[in-house]
Design a protein around this ligand. Sequence first.
Ligand code: NAD
Length: 352
Amino acid sequence: MYKVTLIPGDGVGPEVVDAARKCIEATGVKINWEKVDAGADIMDKYGTPLPDKVIDSIKKNRIALKGPVTTPVGIGFRSVNVALRQKLDLYACLRPCKWYPGVRSRYEGVDLVVVRENTEDVYSGIEFEEGKPETSELINFIYASTNVKISDDSGISIKPISRHASERIIRFAFDYARKNNRKKVTGIHKANIMKYSDGIFVEVFHEVARDYPDIQSEDKIVDNMCMQLVQKPALYDVLVLPNLYGDIISDLCAGLVGGLGLAPGANIGEEIAVFEATHGSAPKYKGKNKVNPTAMILSGVLMLRHLGEEEKAERLENAVVRVIAKGETVTYDLGGTAKTSQMAKAIIKNLK
Ligand code: NAD
């Protein structure tokens, strides 16, 4: 019996998490779920979107299945998702983007894996607000040390990229490639412009690549990479990126394989792993039982694999594949009219 923290999240989170939980249980795996709440809906009750008991539960169980959580834009609380990844040091974000027969997409056969660094870069949360004394102090310091004058009406976000965090995420990508019979790892950066931050990332990429002579490696500049992925996605395999580019390219790759409804994910640290879809809380669909549960269910497949339940993971993935290929009981984004819960039921029926 496994003990797993279950975080329904907000927006469409509770609907897709419920669907995923039922599908996972239908494989026969025995899980004792510990449900804890996080997100916008509990702000009034707890005064925080991320109560300590959420962190405590994940630390204790070391594994969690999590629904999306809303982050207010510009104002309000900082991202619960970013806070969780940083507090639990879930440094690797693994996002497979695989095309399944039956999915309407511009491309067929795309099978990419995005490995995103999860703890630093501009997501470090080190920000200086416009007009604050500390912001002026920083602007003055930068002027004194570089002779560059940042406009006084600026806000500033800091982008740290460290050698050790770059090394561990790049090793994670190469280890993943080796373990999963992948041929190539592409390291993505903008080191031509950000020489001292992305510069470290690309330098470490080539150092680490030398330890994996069995795997092809190359580096690409992020803007070129976007164009390459849209034109020739079949040329790529495993992609490893700093946090911001990883966030953006994850959605681009989800778009290549049919959309966010199909893109699962995992946030992995040395001892703890939190499984969640790439998509957010899609507030306009909240409570409508309408969105695609596949991304969340496939996140459950990643969780089963992480637990060593390969056979159950394979059966659940195959059931998803069958339902998508038949195309009868699929949600709107796949051209169907099925509700979230109906698609989940069809997947359970197709478990063999
Ligand atoms: P979103 O991913 O929530 O939705 C964007 C669009 O993608 C939706 O309007 C919908 O058309 C489509 N979509 C998303 N999930 C789908 C699904 N399961 N099935 C079918 N279509 C789906 O992105 P957003 O609107 O930019 O963000 C909404 C909120 O979610 C924001 O507050 C954001 O910060 C948050 N967010 C949370 C996470 C997370 O919890 N890990 C991730 C991304 C965004």
